[in-house]
Design a protein around this ligand. Structure first.
Ligand code: SAH
Length: 597
């Protein structure tokens, strides 16, 4: 029989008996809640000593004295001596002080539930001590489902409540406002949340501010649409900007280019409408005029629209053209720049686009136009005469041969180093280097396909020496992992691309997963195995389960996972890197390692 209560411990005296790990955890928990903590122990961990030295708590270096529990509000008996623990428990009970004895549920008069803490929001899980293992797992599930955004959300909800209360409304109206707040900011399926903008809140409260510009004048819909032209970066999802991510998380609709699909955040709330307009195998892309019309009509519905483009929107991305069309239609818009592939992709291939004394000028050029027009726009002959420069060519796989010819005809040294980089910054990155003269043939042999960039200039010489990206033990490996992907930094630093997905999988997570081949899933525990098993189609039939515990491996086997690779229980991160690396070599020897098509 338990009644969960919420205790206000601020300023209240609490006793921890014991100086080991459990005692330290209890003392820290109490301190975090503002309690006045005394620790009694003949010997204490250095961290407890440090807390005492800093004046955070009182540490009495001695044994527990009979009767002293009576002076406190809560007592934690956490020594490794059952006698002492029981003495403290009996004292506490006699003095009607609440007591908790480590590892002895019967001697406890209270338990601390497992908690998920998000700022002022706390979710407690308890089972009357019947199934602590279940409680731990449920807490872990909740820990995943309630992302860190709930902290700011709860604080904002508190502010909203204060404003609603200040209005002196009736119960019904008040509840309706709370409903509106909740349903507009919480995705009930994924539990993703967002903090509403000040303007939105004003609107809900019926206190709209006079707004600048065309939006919000009399007779117009209450919320004017806005289009954010956002650059997604070259493909590595980490290169999406913070501002871009904020716009995506707050969007009503996202219109995505093919090149940007890999950078769509998998935790994008399911309520956000995702519209792909890029080319897919066998499908033509949506024509540009139609995309512009789509942006205009979505914005006219009052939606917040993100137009997500590869790289930077205004570098061969028609960002300028779309901004013109929006302006023409009287739609409010903004541009959120992105990391252009033109600079970043060479970097990922070990090619610095400028280098003291070697290259003092960079030309970003499209190699596409020279096929389209008779009179060429790009002065290749001029570029050919600039030895201290780097040429970065976009959309140039098909025209590489003619570009190379033109440059050589214009006087460029045919031995100038050149590179072609396919899907730069992603797990599928390939780099082909050759001389300017030989690059077209080498690229054909290696079957390089778009998206790829070519780089011409002496800086390409550095590619081999500075190849930091694909020299890492796990480069080329792409793995799905259940959110949150904490504690996996070493995998990332070893070069693995981790796609951190929520489950159940959202459309955005599917889009991100599908954008590039996947090698497998990392399963930490049985609940990961179960969650991912339900979604296995998204990972392809042969996707390998890399299991980080016996429990996960066992469950994955039971669920009929195609291939299960168990990493030793409790393995250190570097072992994990080694296991994955070995397996990769193996598969490379025995054929394609792609399990997803
Ligand atoms: N706005 C984008 C470019 C769009 S044009 C940007 O700033 O990066 C599309 C071309 O960009 C592709 O044909 C290719 O030449 C280049 N590109 C984009 N992403 C790339 C990547 N990850 N690797 C290699 N080339 C890429």
């Amino acid at each position: 029989m338990i009644l969960p209560v919420v205790l206000d411990l601020r300023g209240r005296p609490c006793l921890v008996v014991g100086g080991g790990d459990v005692a330290r955890r209890k003392a820290e928990e109490l301190l975090a809640e503002g309690a006045v903590v005394t620790v009694v122990a003949p010997e204490a961990l250095p961290s407890l000593e440090a807390l005492a030295a800093a004046g955070e708590l009182v540490l009495e270096r001695r044994g527990y004295r009979a009767g002293e529990a009576a002076a406190y509000r809560l007592v934690f008996a956490a020594t490794d001596d059952p006698e002492t623990n029981h003495l403290a428990a009996r004292d506490a009970e006699a003095a009607r002080v609440w007591v908790n004895v480590a590892d002895d549920p019967v001697a406890c008069s209270f338990h601390v539930p497992a908690r998920v803490k998000r700022g002022p929001l706390q979710i407690a899980v308890a089972s009357e001590g019947v199934a602590p293992f279940a409680v731990r797992r449920i807490r872990r599930l909740l820990e995943r489902r309630f992302a860190s955004g709930w902290s700011a959300w709860t604080t904002a909800a508190g502010r909203f409540r204060a404003r609603v209360r200040g209005k002196g409304l009736g119960d019904g109206e008040r509840e309706a406002l709370f409903d509106r707040y909740f349903s507009s900011t919480v995705d009930p399926e994924t539990l993703a949340v967002r903090v509403p903008s000040a303007r939105e809140v004003d609107e809900w409260l019926g206190e709209p501010r006079p707004s600048a510009g065309a939006a919000g004048r009399d007779g117009e819909p209450p919320r004017a649409g806005l289009v954010s032209l956002v650059g997604a970066g070259p493909g590595d999802p980490g290169l999406l900007t913070l501002l871009g991510r904020r716009r995506l998380m707050a969007a009503d609709a996202v219109v995505v280019d093919r090149l940007a699909e890999a950078a769509v955040p998998p935790d994008l709330p399911a309520r956000v409408e995702l519209i792909r307009v890029g080319k897919e195998a066998g499908n033509h892309p949506v024509p540009q005029a139609q995309i512009e019309a789509l942006l205009v009509s979505l914005a006219r519905e009052g939606k917040r629209v993100v137009r997500l483009k590869g790289g930077d929107p205004c570098v061969f991305g028609r960002g300028g053209e779309e901004a013109e069309a929006l302006r023409e239609a009287g739609i409010a818009y903004e541009v959120v720049p992105g990391v252009t592939s033109g600079i970043s992709v060479p970097t990922y291939a070990g090619i610095p686009v400028t280098y003291r004394d070697e290259a003092v000028c960079v030309t970003l050029v499209t190699a596409h136009e020279c096929r389209k027009r008779d009179g060429q726009q790009v002065p290749w002959e001029l570029l050919a005469r600039e030895p201290h420069a780097t040429i970065v060519g976009f959309m140039g796989v098909a025209t590489l041969a003619s570009v190379s010819e033109r440059l050589v005809a214009g006087g460029m040294d045919p031995r100038t180093p050149a590179a072609l980089i396919e899907r730069g910054s992603t797990s599928a990155q390939r780099v082909v280097t050759a001389t300017l003269r030989d690059l077209p043939a080498t690229a054909r042999e290696q079957e390089v396909v778009p998206p790829a960039l070519f780089v011409i200039g002496s800086v390409v010489r550095h590619a081999e020496r500075l190849d930091w990206f694909s020299n890492r033990p796990l480069s080329g490996v792409r793995l799905a992992v259940a959110s949150p992907a904490d504690g996996l930094l070493s995998l990332e630093l070893a070069g693995a691309a981790l796609v951190e997905v929520p489950y159940p999988l959202t459309p955005a997570a599917r889009m991100a997963l599908d954008a590039l081949p996947l090698d497998g899933c990392l399963l930490r525990d049985a609940s990961d195995a179960e969650a991912f098993a339900a979604e296995r189609t998204a990972f392809g039939n042969g996707a390998v389960a890399y299991c980080l515990s016996r429990e996960a491996a066992g469950r994955a086997e039971e669920l009929g996972w195609g291939e299960v690779v168990a990493v030793r229980e409790g393995a250190r991160p570097d072992e994990l890197v080694a296991v994955l690396g070995r397996r990769l070599e193996e598969v490379e020897r025995h054929g394609p390692r792609r399990g997803c098509d």
